[in-house]
Design a protein around this ligand. Structure first.
Ligand code: AMP
Ligand code: MG
Length: 326
């Protein structure tokens, strides 16, 4: 597989379309029209719309591929949700002009939750809380073969192309191919450039990124680890797999995800890490759980064999794992 393979072209095109749909919904939400922040309908509409578009495109090109995705249309088909379904179909119609509500539901239902030898893992909107807050969110799509991620695409429509130069604008698309590196493009899929992790060798130089939501990761343990390693720069809190993207391009050094004390036994979903992990690894980084084990994308939709996640620039991985033993 290379950058011109049908898998890569389809994944990029699908992510671009889904990101455009999500941004339209977010703009309508910000404009204060009929989409209300007080309920979850905007994120529901974007979630279903994004999944419909991506599943349709993958199924058309690869009719035999399984797509493991978060949503199905059961809820959406309920009579009391007919208004929401109408809105989903309206937004999807901008990309597929004659699509009916029934068709949209059938595309959503291309998603399944059975793991096979070759499958796609999709998070149609990762970081829903960030989406509603107007912060970071991502559309995450990965191709997994025999338990290994071969291709990852991550659209981050609200992420600066360079955190240190906001004038460069927002909207990034990350791409990684096994054995071939990681790349960043602008939202439209243009201006591709290779990206690399930070070269920081001393823990005290590191910058940590972590979830915004305290229920998703244990901020207190992260702070303790920072103290232990003499990391003085404040952690960068960010929603979604955009964290993998900023680590892959060297803006942060460590992504910590120690399970939150509110749910210590939490098992991560494969679609929350598959695309991000290959983007970090192919940029020179290392990804394991907090005990140093490789992430397991082969057992089911949950990473049952793992506990939390640790992503680093590679160089600092062992020293952080050691410090996590505290
Ligand atoms: P983030 O934006 O990095 O905080 O991650 C968002 C993802 O966290 C969502 O897609 C959820 O699947 C996942 N999530 C939900 N509950 C938890 C939890 N208790 N611990 C870790 N992750 C969670
Ligand atoms: Mg998610």
């Amino acid at each position: 597989m290379d950058q011109n393979s049908p898998e890569v072209i389809t994944a990029i095109q699908a992510a671009i379309k889904a990101a455009t749909l999500c941004e339209r919904i977010r703009m309508d939400l910000a404009a204060g029209g009929t989409l209300l922040k007080s309920d979850r309908s905007p994120v529901t509409i974007a979630d279903f719309g994004s999944q419909a578009i991506i599943c349709k495109m993958i199924r058309e090109k690869f009719p035999h591929d399984v797509i493991v995705a978060e949503e199905d249309s059961k809820e959406l088909r309920r009579p009391d949700h007919s208004k929401i379904l109408e809105r989903v179909a309206d937004y999807v119609n901008a990309f597929n002009p004659t699509s009916s509500s029934e068709e949209v539901c059938s595309w959503i239902d291309f998603g399944s939750n059975s793991i096979t030898d070759r499958f796609w893992a999709l998070d149609p909107i990762d970081g829903t809380k960030g989406f509603l807050r107007g912060d970071q969110y991502a559309i995450a799509l990965a191709l997994i073969e025999k338990g290994r991620v071969k291709l990852g695409v991550l659209a981050c429509p609200n992420l600066y192309t360079d955190i240190h130069h906001p004038s460069g604008g927002k909207g990034c698309l990350f791409l990684a191919l096994k054995g071939q590196g990681s790349f960043q493009m602008e939202s439209a899929g243009i201006n591709t450039r290779p990206i690399f992790v930070s070269k920081a060798k001393i823990p005290s130089e590191a910058i940590i990124t972590e979830s915004v939501e305290p229920d998703h990761a244990d901020h207190l343990t992260h702070q303790r680890l920072a103290n232990k390693l003499n990391i003085s720069k404040p952690s960068l809190r960010m929603d979604s797999q955009a964290k993998y993207g900023i680590l892959a391009r060297g803006e942060v050094t460590l992504y910590l995800r120690v399970p939150s004390s509110s749910e210590p036994g939490y098992k991560e979903n494969i679609w929350d890490h598959a695309a991000g992990s290959i983007i970090a690894e192919e940029a020179g980084g290392r990804v394991t759980d907090v005990l140093g084990r490789p992430l397991d994308f082969s057992s089911g939709i949950k990473m049952e064999k793992n506990q939390g996640v640790l992503v680093s620039n590679g160089i600092l991985h062992e020293v952080v794992l050691k410090a996590l033993e505290m």
